[in-house]
Design a protein around this ligand. Structure first.
Ligand code: FES
Length: 274
């Protein structure tokens, strides 16, 4: 998570839309004592407010867990599904419902890179530049997309369509170099295939990911992560393969060799080590 604007005065203040238009922000809420930036939160005019419906759904999430505070992560994803990021108002809502301080909730928001501090675009493009992907072309892909979109890490295009970030391993090293759009995988990418993907998205198409569910918007994805799958999307959720050849190559080799996992699982191993 990178820097963000944590409003904290509790008074009316000025904020600016993507077009630079100033507008009033009613009662911005602070994120608590994060020890970080204390600049005013920037709330674009097109960000919808959190409503009583949001609060009802927050409580619905809490009811899924034996200990309500275990619900914090999906609650934050729900906030993000409404506003496109975790606003200070969203932090305050979660803190109030869970009887936590805003500082405690803010600490979670700032820890996880999936929680955005400014409104994300319709498509969050994550390019893995970690070791394996970096060596196999991830750095070049990232540089090409930066130039294509005219933005850098954690920035959003003026039309609100794209947010770009470089990612530290997307847990798909066997498909390197990997790019995700709204966390859906596009495997074994090249500069050409990724820039073509971005062009297609810009033209209004949604090319199918290599594996898993069809692509949807960042806010729809956030709602799904929060545990609210829309019926029509759920019906198509498994259109793509969930696993590809590189992931099962090791399993196939082990089977050919007659290798098996040790009996007893992790607890037996832990006992031996002790
Ligand atoms: S290094 Fe790119 S997915 Fe792991």
């Amino acid at each position: 998570m990178t820097e963000g604007g944590a409003g904290q005065s509790g008074r009316h203040s000025a904020a600016y839309g993507r077009d630079g238009t100033a507008h009033a922000v009613a009662s911005p809420v602070d994120l608590g004592d994060l020890g970080a930036s204390r600049t005013e939160e920037v709330v674009p005019e097109d960000v919808p407010p959190l409503t009583e419906q949001t609060r009802r759904e927050v409580r619905e999430i809490m009811a899924r867990y034996p200990r309500p505070r275990s619900a914090l992560l999906p609650m934050l994803h729900l906030v993000q599904s409404v506003q496109g990021y975790v606003s200070s108002a969203g932090v305050a809502l979660c803190a109030e419902e869970l009887n936590l301080t805003k500082a405690e909730v803010g600490a979670v928001v700032t820890f996880y890179t999936m929680f955005k501090r400014r409104p994300a675009g319709e498509y969050l493009i994550s390019v893995c530049t970690n070791t394996l992907c970096g060596f196999l072309g991830g750095e070049e892909i990232y540089a090409a997309v930066q130039e294509q979109l005219g933005i850098h890490h954690d920035q959003t295009t003026d039309d609100g369509k794209f947010t770009l970030e470089h990612a530290e391993c997307l847990a798909a090293c066997d498909y390197a170099p990997v790019v995700t759009v709204n966390y859906e995988f596009y495997d074994q990418q090249s500069v050409e295939s990724t820039t073509a993907l971005v062009d297609a998205l810009r033209a209004g198409d949604r090319p199918a990911p290599t594996r898993g569910a069809p692509l949807c918007s960042f806010r729809e994805t956030s709602r799904e992560i929060a545990g609210f799958s829309e019926a029509d999307r759920a019906a198509t959720a498994l259109v793509g393969p969930s696993v590809g050849e590189p992931s099962i190559a090791g399993l196939r080799l082990a089977t050919q060799r007659g290798e098996r996992a040790p009996a007893g699982g992790a607890s037996a191993t832990a006992g031996k080590d002790a």
